[in-house]
Design a protein around this ligand. Structure first.
Ligand code: ZN
Length: 360
């Protein structure tokens, strides 16, 4: 069943934030299974909340159907699910139409086998760019309506190791930094070159450890994502140079303290701009974490690791409403050329999601 669902989802060219029929497909599917499903459109983004309401206790599975564009040289058609040697190829197979298809099949199994708890779904088409029009607005509207969710599992491409063997219990914060070095334009043979100094400053920033990790979080990390001087002429040093950086930070820091730290490393000729994104948080209580770890370890007979590896996700919004963790496919296989998920991983995730629903 999950392969058929995945085939249908992959055929939707749902490049973020377009749903391109994928939300409608899930809406129709869930309605045919007896769910009350409602589509929430905010701006260009389609979101969905569906519920199979049989008890006061409500478990929610959340996920996204949007994907990043299939850039690069693909050997496979990114919009046609193609099986080869135990692997299922197509854009979004790993991140995260594959894990979602496994979760949907588990949900179908659950509602058809004497379910005890209500089950709901939160789906969005803007996770890859995470504007205000996706899960953030949907969660806000659900809270305003007084909807209650007891536990949430975010099906995501989040695993540090193998599929399902990692529970992501929280997220680091994120800070984008733009730096512009200003200097004189001059002849390269006779020049006080501000770009040389800019490179030294960047070197110092990225080569100094921000921390060694904290009790709950892995180490904060800083990366340069772009350096640009826009100069094709070999004997001129241009007026300015531009660098972009991103910091993923733990609870040792706040946006404010990081900004202060960075500014302290900058000489006067370097102009800065910051863009704040999510803050560090742990989304699940110890009790919820332990319970999930126990259920998964019993199911797959392998040790499960808990942590905060990886990037921001819709957990940032969902944790405002309820307890949330992420369980899914390997992050290392997300956004790659010839993206794939193995059939074994699909089966494993299906079994895990089913066990969680049955034992939570
Ligand atoms: Zn992604």
């Amino acid at each position: 069943m999950y392969i058929n669902i995945l085939k249908n989802l992959v055929s939707c060219k749902s490049i973020t934030p377009s749903s391109c029929g994928a939300i409608d497909y899930c809406h129709k599917l869930l309605t045919s299974w007896g769910f009350t499903s409602c589509i929430y459109n905010y701006g260009p983004v389609s979101n969905l909340y569906a519920k199979y309401n049989i008890s006061n206790k409500n478990i929610c599975i959340a996920g996204h159907i949007d994907v990043v564009p299939p850039i690069g040289n693909w050997q496979y058609n990114p919009w046609v699910l193609t099986e080869n040697n135990g692997r299922l190829y197509g854009r979004g197979t790993n991140d995260m139409k594959g894990p979602l298809s496994a979760a949907l099949a588990a949900i179908y199994h659950y509602v058809n086998n004497h379910p005890k708890l209500s089950i709901s779904l939160i789906l969005t088409s803007d996770e890859e760019i995470m504007t205000d029009n996706g899960t953030k607005s949907l969660v806000r509207e659900l809270m305003q309506k007084g909807e209650k969710i007891d536990y949430c599992i975010l099906s995501e491409s989040c695993s540090k190791g193998n599929s399902g063997e990692y529970i992501k219990i929280g997220c680091k914060g994120s800070l984008n930094i733009d730096l512009i070095s200003h200097g004189e334009q001059c002849h390269v043979a006779s020049c006080n070159n501000h770009i040389n100094n800019f490179v030294s400053v960047l070197n110092d920033i990225v080569n100094t450890n921000l921390d060694a990790g904290t009790a709950k979080f892995e180490q904060s990390i800083i990366n340069i994502t772009s350096i640009d001087v826009g100069n094709d002429i070999r004997n001129i040093v241009p007026l300015s140079a531009h660098a972009k950086l991103n910091i993923r930070f733990n609870d040792n820091w706040t946006h404010e303290s990081l900004e202060k730290y960075i500014i302290g490393k900058l000489p006067n000729n370097i102009q800065y701009k910051f863009e704040r994104f999510g803050y560090p948080f742990i989304g699940a209580s110890q009790g919820y974490q332990n319970k999930l770890k126990y259920i998964i370890e019993q199911t797959i007979n392998k040790p499960v690791v808990l942590g905060t590896y990886g990037g921001n996700s819709d957990a940032l919004s969902i944790h405002e409403m309820t307890e949330v963790v992420e369980i899914g496919s390997p992050l290392a296989q997300a956004h790659i050329v010839d993206e794939y998920i193995t059939i074994d991983d699909m089966e494993k995730l299906y079994t895990i999601y089913k066990a969680i629903l049955e034992n939570l």
